[in-house]
Design a protein around this ligand. Sequence first.
Ligand code: ADP
Length: 278
Amino acid sequence: MSSPPKIDDVRAATAVKLKGRTKLKLGELPTNGHSLFEDKKTAKASLDDDATVIDTLQDALYAEQKHALLVVLQGIDTAGKDGTLKSVFKFTSPLGVRVHPFGRPTDLELAHDYLWRAHAAMPRKGHIGVFNRSHYEDVLVVKVRKLAPPQAIEQRYEQINQFEKHLHENGTRILKLMLHVSRKEQGVRLRERLEVPQKRWKFNPSDLEDRELWDQYEAAYATMLERCSTTWAPWHIVPADSRSRRDAIAARLVRGALEDLNPQYPDPGYRPEQFEID
Ligand code: ADP
């Protein structure tokens, strides 16, 4: 077994790099994660360590009530959003984590601006919030399926950056993970959904329509990553073809975000020796 990569190395390897390039080419970026975790055994051990530490840090975050952490999970169908959050938070108390899925907007949501539902779902101080899909659907599926006028979508990148800046300045740390799966692996996973009886409920024929639109989604994801990777809310591209490596990489990044927040247990305002319990 080898040793796990340092958190800073995972950050550097998954950060969106735009230097000297006009266009991000997602198709050229690795989807397997082997450069970070050579073997699965190391990935699994690292995940277990990090999941344990994430629970400990979450406890202090909850006690301190000063900051919130928002983890945004995006990725095309089968990229593993559900699996990632199950693994990364497998040891975290459900008291302190809130998962919010973003499906097709309801009539009420459509009657508001597109960020309304995201703002309402933000984690409160002391909590970790996980967005399973997010406000970024409004520059992804909405763009690819032409559900809003192009000019309106064009304005959204900067609107989202400002929205996230506002949240950051008001105590929410934002970590955004784009799960990067290859078209080949998506084919394997979609077939698995049809073949395995327990997975059939996950299959939706519209997933095949989206698969036909692969190139358009890839372009929409690239634009989103290029335009919405900010210092206050960075995107990380997580190779997602190997489930164990994907989970281990995501856990390193979540642990890093919590360690940066450095939550401390508050002073209780009394001295324990003041009290006697019979
Ligand atoms: P998931 O695929 O995440 O497991 P669902 O099967 O409920 O969950 O799919 C949610 C669907 O809602 C996806 O197809 C997604 O593209 C769609 N969706 C999310 N946000 C929007 C939006 N703002 N406008 C249109 N469709 C959206």
